[in-house]
Structure formats: C-alpha cells, structure tokens
Design a protein around this ligand. Structure first.
Ligand SMILES: *[C@@H]1O[C@H](CO)[C@@H](O)[C@H](O)[C@H]1NC(C)=O
Ligand SMILES: *[C@@H]1O[C@H](CO)[C@@H](O)[C@H](O)[C@H]1NC(C)=O
Ligand SMILES: *[C@@H]1O[C@H](CO)[C@@H](O)[C@H](O)[C@H]1NC(C)=O
Ligand SMILES: *[C@@H]1O[C@H](CO)[C@@H](O)[C@H](O)[C@H]1NC(C)=O
Length: 357
C-alpha cells in the first residue's frame, strides 16, 4: 500500500502534464493560423458565388471596402480551364503568373476536383488573397468536363457576359501550353491584334491555333453577336479563326514574326509553346531534329513542366535520336529527305506569300 500514494502522484503528474501540454498546444494553435481561416472564408464565399449564380444573373465581385483585385488591370485576364486535377497545375499556374506581365489577373475554371487541387497549395491561396488569382467552379448548367463542352462554353456569349465582365484582353492557355521566361518579348506587345496564337502551317496567314492565344474580347463579342456554333463541330479556335479572319476591322498579324507560340510550325524564340496532349503527338517538323530539340529546351527549360519526358540514359541502345533505333547511328538518307521536305515547305510558303502581296 505504501506505493499507492506514489503511483497516484505519478498518475496525477502525468495527467497534469497532458493537460498542460494540451493547453499549450491549443494556445499555440489559437495564435498560429490567423491566415488560414481568412483564406478559407473568402475561398468558400467565392465558390458559393459561382455555385449560386444562374447563367442569367451577372456575377458581381464583392466590393465592400478595399478590393485587392484593384491592384491589377481588370481588362487583362489569363484563363485556364481544366477539369482534371493534374499534379502540375500549381507550379504551372505560378510560372505563368511570373512570366505574364504583373498587371494581368488569372482565373482558373475547373471541376470541384481540379479547383481543390489548385486551391490547396499555400502559394495559390496567397495569390487568391492578394487578388491575383480566382478559382471557379462554374454553376449549372455550364459544363467543362470534355473538350466539346469547353468549346460550347467558349463560344457562348453568356459565358463572357456572366463570368468575364470588363475583360478586353483574354490570354487563353491550357494545361499543355506554357510561356517561356527567356522570351525577350512581353505579352503586352501583342495587345493591338484581335487574335494571335500559333500558326498551323508555314503559309498560315492567321495564327489561329488557340492552345496559347491572346484574344480581343470586343472582337469575340462581335463574332458571337451574329454567329452561333453548332454543337459537335469545329474546335472553338478553328471556329473563331475562320470568322475573325474575315471580320471587317479585325487585326490579325501579317507574318510569322508576330506569331505568339510554336505548335505545328517552328520559329525561333517564341513567346511560348503548345504541346498538344503533353507530347503524345509531337509534330516532326518541330521536334524531330535532336539539335533543334536541344535548342528548344535550352531556350525554354520550363517545357519540362508540361511534357512527358524520359531521361536520356533510359533510351534504348542504338536510339538514333530521330525516333528510330538503328545500331549504325542516324540514317543519313532519312535525315536528308526530312531536311529537303522542310526546305521545300518553307520555300513554297515564301513563294505563296510573295505572289499574294
Ligand atoms: C489596362 O491596360 C490597358 C492596355 O495596356 C490600358 O490602356 C489601360 O489604361 C489599363 N487600365 C488601367 C486601369 O490601368
Ligand atoms: C447544344 O448543347 C447545349 C448543351 O451543351 C444545348 O443546351 C443546346 O440545345 C444544344 N444545341 C443544339 C442546337 O442542339
Ligand atoms: C534509311 O532510310 C531510308 C528511307 O526511309 C530507307 O530506305 C533505308 O533502308 C534506311 N537505311 C538504313 C540503313 O536503315
Ligand atoms: C513559285 O510559284 C510560281 C507560281 O505558282 C511557280 O511558277 C514557280 O515555279 C514557284 N517557284 C518556286 C521556287 O517554287
């Protein structure tokens, strides 16, 4: 029995320590996450906004007191629409924010899953709080789960009226397009054009490919005023492209020097690249030549963020770096044929342009 007071004491001290440590923990917890609840509140409020809005109702951003969004130019918006919760979305969006001029705002439109993926990073929460970035799940009946549904959304004037009021310049990028920090140009250098993206062919006079493209909303609205896209037809960029090109008053760039991005046609030092589907269909005229490939990666190393890549040491023995395995090194005949075809395509394009003008 003599041990019982001692064991009682021990138990009491342990209990006491547990209580004290709990108190300390709670106290700590109460002073630490001041920042967190504020973010959650604004995040939820904005989601609530998007969820509650019906398409016929205009979205009004909350304005009481100081609005951090006022620090940016409300007419310039970079938009990413992505339904899949891809792991690279956060670094990708942060990189784009660093390369796009600082007066631009960013909007991410996703599903519950992809918005949660973007919104859970501390750095994107910070960007939301300072008014640089908004995350949005579109309310019913808007849907973005497939490409066709995204194209329907982007060719519906109500979408722009309700969710992008006041925007005049729209940079549309995708989860597989990126801007290069090494570019000597600024996105603001292209503000004069009605639409500028990536050329599809050498003699393309309208750089309509929209994976990384800058659009003037006044022109887009003009097109949507008198035209409607049929469901399950051309992609939105092609659809807009054929119409913007013919629209009186629309300004489209005169030559390759003014294209914004590389997709199917290579030119040096582009503002960015669009790699369709993470590189599962790389156009040979841009990517086949290993020296060109090296030059591209030296110029735009951030491509590694959006491309599926393998280490060189993982290559098969005898890989000729031109997409074939040949033990005797690169096939010179094939390379020569490729170089000749490229030269001819360029000469044809130059000839065509010369004859037209
Ligand atoms: C926003 O940017 C455009 C184009 O650079 C400029 O004309 C306009 O004055 C800017 N707006 C504000 C409020 O700074
Ligand atoms: C096109 O699809 C939308 C739904 O995305 C639907 O509301 C609309 O009626 C369809 N248009 C036609 C002409 O079928
Ligand atoms: C090189 O490529 C050409 C054209 O594709 C083919 O006819 C030839 O057999 C190839 N040579 C070798 C050694 O693989
Ligand atoms: C350029 O085009 C004209 C007319 O289409 C043709 O006669 C000429 O041979 C072409 N030149 C070259 C170098 O392809």
């Amino acid at each position: 029995m003599s041990s019982s007071p001692a064991s009682l004491f021990v138990v009491t001290r342990t209990k006491f320590l547990v209580v004290v440590s709990l108190i300390i923990t709670w106290w700590f917890a109460s002073i630490l996450p001041h920042y967190q609840p504020a973010i959650k509140a604004s995040f939820k409020a904005r989601l609530g906004e998007a969820v509650q809005q019906l398409p016929s109702i205009k979205v009004d951003w909350p304005t009481p007191g100081h609005n951090p969004r006022d620090a940016y130019n409300a007419s310039k918006l970079a938009l990413l629409i992505e339904p899949r919760p891809l792991t690279h979305l956060v670094p990708h969006i942060l990189h784009m924010m660093a390369v796009v001029p600082p007066d631009w705002r960013f909007l991410f439109i996703g599903t519950e899953e992809s918005v949660a993926q973007v919104g859970r990073a501390y750095s994107t929460q910070y960007q939301q709080v300072i008014g640089k970035l908004d995350l949005m799940v579109l309310p019913e009946p808007w849907k973005i789960d497939t490409k066709e549904l995204v194209w329907r959304t982007l060719t519906d004037s109500r979408f722009y009226d309700e969710f992008l009021p006041g925007v005049e310049w729209l940079l549309k990028y995708e989860s597989d397009s990126i801007m290069c920090a090494n570019s000597e140009k600024s996105l603001n250098d292209w503000l004069d054009w009605s639409w500028v993206g990536a050329p599809k062919t050498w003699d393309d006079r309208f750089f309509g490919s929209g994976g990384l493209s800058l659009r003037r909303m006044s022109i887009i609205r003009q097109v949507l005023e008198f035209q409607a896209r049929y469901n399950d037809t051309d992609p939105e960029d092609k659809w807009f492209g054929t119409r913007v090109e013919l629209l009186p008053g629309a300004k489209v760039p005169p030559d390759l020097m003014h294209a914004l991005a590389v997709e199917d046609v290579y030119f040096e030092k582009p503002m960015g690249f669009h790699i369709r589907n993470g590189g599962s269909f790389l156009p040979v005229q841009v990517w086949l030549d290993p020296n060109r490939r090296q030059a591209i990666f030296d110029y735009c190393p951030e491509l590694a963020l959006i491309m599926d890549m393998r280490l060189k040491k993982e290559a098969c023995p005898g890989d000729d770096s031109f997409g074939e395995v040949s033990p005797n090194g690169p096939n010179d005949t094939r390379l020569k044929m490729f170089a000749e075809a490229m030269a001819k395509a360029q000469a044809d394009a130059a000839n065509k342009t010369a004859h037209e003008s």
